[in-house]
Design a protein around this ligand. Sequence first.
Ligand code: FES
Length: 203
Amino acid sequence: MSAELSWVYTEKAKDHFMNPRNVLKDEDAYQADGKGIVGNIKCGDEMLFAIKVDKEKGIISDCRWKTYGCASAIASTSILSEMVKGMTLDQAYHLSPKDIAKELGGLPEHKIHCSVLGDKALRAAINDYYIRNGMEDKVKKEKARIICQCMNVSDHEIEQAVLDGARTFYQLQERTKISTVCGQCKPEAARLLEHYVKKHFGK
Ligand code: FES
């Protein structure tokens, strides 16, 4: 185990990294009702999440996942796979990286962004289930909204910058170049920065 792993992670996170639960071993043999794949090019990660749904009750009866991600992505998704079993699709859809990190007993702040892969892939799997079952109206698209027209920066990029460590407006600008031309977007960008810091780090 690397030095970083031994002192930065909680015992629970280490356990889930060393003994990941519900890993998808044979993709063809697993009869998923919904499947989602997301990738984070920056991290070089990819995540697949597959769910089985109890259609009568509208709950997730089983799930599997696999990733080429880092220790945090593995531990987060492992615990997520335990959390979602028995949840309604709606409950599972609204789980956030913060909920997952809390369940692990905390994650290093600079690693939270790795944990978003699992819940993003889970939401994609739930949407896939809705589409396969003729419930397109339920598909919740995570539409990006452009906040800075000059530099073409979206609300999703602001959220990602926060997950990558931006806490001040200057740090947000360093990462996204937002508000570096006409400056009209600054109040909205500042509001979103505060919103996402609160959402993910509760400050
Ligand atoms: S709209 Fe953001 S700098 Fe102009």
